[in-house]
Design a binder for this molecule. Structure first.
Ligand SMILES: NC(=O)c1ccc[n+]([C@@H]2O[C@H](COP(=O)([O-])OP(=O)(O)OC[C@H]3O[C@@H](n4cnc5c(N)ncnc54)[C@H](OP(=O)(O)O)[C@@H]3O)[C@@H](O)[C@H]2O)c1
Length: 396
C-alpha cells in the first residue's frame, strides 16, 4: 500500500464537539495529518492552550480579544509559544494561513467569513459549519472549485459515499433518482405538537443518539438541523428539493442513502460517531484506517424507518420553502433560528415558539439574490433584529 501524504490541517472551532474529535483523529494519525493552526471563540482558553501545546500548532486565534491574557497565561503554563491572533479578523487570518486543509467547525452564520477566506486561499475545505453554506449559498458555490469543499456532516458524507457507487465508470449524475437524508427524529420523535408545549432546554439538549454542541442539539430537537441539511444537500449535490427526501431512522446507523433510477438504493452504515466523517473529510478522497469501530455484524440489530411528521415538525417543510426561494431566504431562516434558539435556552421563548417565529420572519422577508457578502449580512442582520422583536417579552 502507498504511504499516505502528510497533510497540514487548520482546525477552526477546535474546542467544540467536532473540533475536539478532529484533533483526536489527527493525533491518532501522525503519518497522515499535522496541525497548522487553531481557532476558537475564547471561552475555553485552557483547553485551547493544551491543544496548541499537544499539536504543535504554529498559530492560534481567539475571536474574543478579552480572552487573550488567559490564553497567553495558559500557553505559558503548557510550555507552548505559538503566534496568537485575536478578534474576528484574527480567526479569518488563521483560516487563510498556508495549510492543506481547513476544517471549519465554528457554530453558526459567523463561520461564513472563514469559509470564504479558506476557499479564496485555495485550501481544501472540510465543512462542518453548514450554516456558512446555507447563508452564503451562491457566494460559496461561486468560489469553490469542483472537489474543494468536502462535507463533514455525517448525512452528506454518507450521501457522497453512496454517490461514489453510482456506476463502475465513476460518478453518473443521470443514474441518481433521489437522495434520502436520514434523521434520528430527535428527543421528541413521536410526539404531537401539543405534547411539546412544556419542553425545557434540558429536555431538548438530551439527544438520544448523538453527543454534539448545544446549538445543533436544539436544532436536532426542532428538526431545523434537518431542514438546514436538506438545503445543504441541494447546494452540495445540485438536486432539486423534489428529489431530496427525509426519513426518520431513530438508531442513527444509516447516515443517508441514494436511490438510483433502476430501483437500487445504496446506504452508508456505521455507528453514530463523527470521527468517521471527519476522518474522511480530512483524508479525502482516501479513507483513514480504523477511523471508527464498524457495525458489529455478529450481533442482532433492528433498524427502523418511518416518515417524518411534518405537522409536528414543520421546520423541514419551511426549509424546503426557503431553499426553493433561494437568494437571501435561507440566510434569514438560519439567522432567525439562531436568535430563537438563544432566546429559548435563556427562558425567553417556548420550544414551539422557535419554528413559529422563524416562519413569521421568513414570511415577512423580501428575498433578494444574495449576490454579495454585504447583501447576505444585511439580510442576516434584518432577520436577527426582527426575530428579537417578535420574541421580546415572551417567556417559556
Ligand atoms: N457536533 C456534531 O456532532 C456536529 C455534527 C455535524 C455538524 N456539526 C456542525 O459543526 C459545527 C460545530 O458544531 P459543534 O457541535 O462542534 O459546536 P460546539 O461544540 O458549540 O463548538 C463550537 C466551536 O466554535 C468556536 N467558536 C465560537 N465562536 C467562534 C468564533 N467567533 N470564531 C471562531 N470560533 C468560534 C467555539 O469556541 P469556544 O469553545 O471558545 O466557545 C467552539 O470551538 C456546527 O455548524 C454544527 O452544525 C456538528
Amino acid at each position: 500500500m502507498r504511504a499516505p501524504t502528510l497533510r497540514s490541517v487548520t482546525v477552526l472551532g477546535s474546542t467544540g464537539s467536532v473540533g475536539t474529535q478532529a484533533l483526536d483523529v489527527i493525533a491518532a494519525n501522525p503519518d497522515r495529518f499535522r496541525v497548522a493552526g487553531l481557532a476558537a471563540g475564547g471561552g475555553r482558553a485552557d483547553l485551547l492552550a493544551r491543544q496548541a501545546a499537544e499539536s504543535g500548532a504554529e498559530v492560534v486565534a481567539v475571536a474574543d480579544p478579552a480572552a487573550v491574557p488567559a490564553l497567553r497565561e495558559a500557553l505559558a503554563a503548557h510550555g507552548a509559544s505559538p503566534e496568537v491572533l485575536a478578534g474576528a479578523d484574527g480567526v479569518a487570518e488563521v483560516a487563510g494561513r498556508p495549510c492543506d486543509t481547513v476544517l471549519n467547525a465554528i457554530t453558526g452564520a459567523l463561520g461564513l467569513t472563514s469559509t470564504l477566506v479558506a476557499l479564496d486561499a485555495g485550501r481544501m475545505l472540510a465543512l462542518a459549519n453548514k450554516e456558512s453554506l446555507i447563508v452564503g449559498g451562491p457566494l460559496v458555490k461561486r468560489l469553490a472549485r469542483p472537489g474543494q469543499l468536502v462535507p463533514v456532516d455525517s448525512e452528506h458524507s454518507a450521501l457522497q459515499q453512496c454517490l461514489w457507487a453510482s456506476g463502475p465508470r465513476g460518478h453518473d449524475p443521470g443514474a441518481v433518482k433521489r437522495l434520502v437524508v436520514t434523521a434520528s427524529g430527535g428527543p421528541f420523535r413521536g410526539r404531537t405538537r401539543a405534547e411539546m408545549t412544556g419542553v425545557t432546554p434540558e429536555m431538548a439538549l438530551a439527544h438520544p443518539t448523538w453527543s454534539m454542541g448545544p446549538v445543533i442539539t436544539i436544532n436536532s430537537a426542532t428538526l431545523v438541523n434537518k431542514g438546514l441539511e436538506v438545503i445543504e444537500a441541494h447546494l452540495l449535490f445540485d438536486l432539486g428539493f423534489d428529489r431530496i427526501e427525509v426519513v426518520v431512522h431513530p438508531q442513527s446507523i444509516i447516515h443517508s442513502m441514494v436511490e438510483y433510477i433502476d430501483g437500487s438504493t445504496i446506504a452508508q452504515a456505521s455507528p453514530p460517531d463523527m470521527r468517521l466523517p471527519i476522518a474522511l473529510a480530512l483524508g479525502h478522497p482516501e479513507r483513514v484506517p480504523a477511523a471508527t469501530p464498524p457495525v458489529d455484524w455478529t450481533r442482532a440489530h433492528t433498524w427502523t424507518f418511518e416518515p417524518l411528521d411534518d405537522a409536528a415538525f414543520p421546520a423541514v417543510a419551511l426549509a424546503r420553502h426557503v431553499g426553493s426561494a433561494g437568494g437571501t431566504a435561507p440566510a434569514v431562516y438560519n439567522a432567525a433560528n439562531e436568535v430563537c434558539v438563544e432566546a429559548f435556552v435563556k427562558g425567553g421563548l417556548p420550544f414551539l415558539g422557535i419554528v413559529d417565529t422563524v416562519a413569521k420572519v421568513v414570511e415577512e422577508h423580501q428575498v433578494t439574490p444574495a449576490g454579495s457578502v454585504e447583501e447576505v449580512l444585511a439580510a442576516d442582520a434584518w432577520a436577527r433584529a426582527r426575530a428579537a422583536e417578535l420574541t421580546a417579552g415572551q417567556s417559556r
